[in-house]
Design a protein around this ligand. Structure first.
Ligand SMILES: CC(C)(COP(=O)(O)OP(=O)(O)OC[C@H]1O[C@@H](n2cnc3c(N)ncnc32)[C@H](O)[C@@H]1OP(=O)(O)O)[C@@H](O)C(=O)NCCC(=O)NCCS
Length: 152
């Protein structure tokens, strides 16, 4: 597989079942089908999927408010990890943000070392900590700041 075979595009209704399956595989407290579907109708929601051979391999859901983005979800199918898909999803979110984003922020479980390493690699830094934010875990707050005209 080459990078060219990964297509990143806006999500549509036909993708929701695949996204729901990856969501369930990836998270202890997954969003339900209805909530994922609802994201398609939110004007401030950026909902994109990464496809390999027309099969959904990952997705990201983020909310943009003015020049800030809250990353709500990013997940890649277990057999498609470490192919650069997560990175491309993140870059695309930044690329299509309108107006251009100057801050991306998120919460990640303290126990989720994989995701923290991923975010660090993408230039995120830790900005805070929320004890018992999740039922069974603490949250690490991370963010990345960008100049408004940064070219990805
Ligand atoms: C986090 C996640 C989205 C990363 O997706 P991915 O497509 O595997 O990530 P990429 O291939 O783009 O990785 C980019 C870089 O991040 C770092 N990275 C990613 N996963 C890593 C891991 N498990 N261990 C160490 N570094 C990692 C690496 O530096 C990697 O570059 P490299 O492969 O050239 O070394 C994926 O692991 C995932 O879906 N996890 C489960 C869901 C989840 O926890 N989402 C985040 C919730 S806050």
């Amino acid at each position: 597989m080459t990078k060219e075979t990964i297509i990143i595009r806006n999500a549509g209704v036909d993708d929701i079942e695949d996204v729901y399956n990856i969501e369930n595989e990836s998270f202890d407290s997954p969003w339900n089908y209805k909530n994922i579907l609802h994201e398609l109708n939110l004007q401030f929601s950026i909902f994109i999927v990464a496809c390999i051979d027309e099969t959904v391999a990952g997705y990201a859901i983020a909310w943009q408010v003015q020049d800030e983005i809250q990353l709500n979800k990013i997940a890649v199918k277990s057999n498609c990890k470490r192919l650069g898909i997560g990175k491309r999803l993140m870059y695309r979110i930044i690329e299509i943000s309108d107006p251009p984003v100057t801050r991306v922020f998120l919460e990640v479980r303290e126990s989720n070392a994989e995701a923290q390493l991923f975010y660090q690699k993408l230039g995120f830094t830790t900005t805070g900590f929320r004890k018992d934010y999740y039922k069974t875990d603490n949250a690490i707050l991370m963010e990345r700041r960008l100049p408004a005209d940064e070219d990805q």
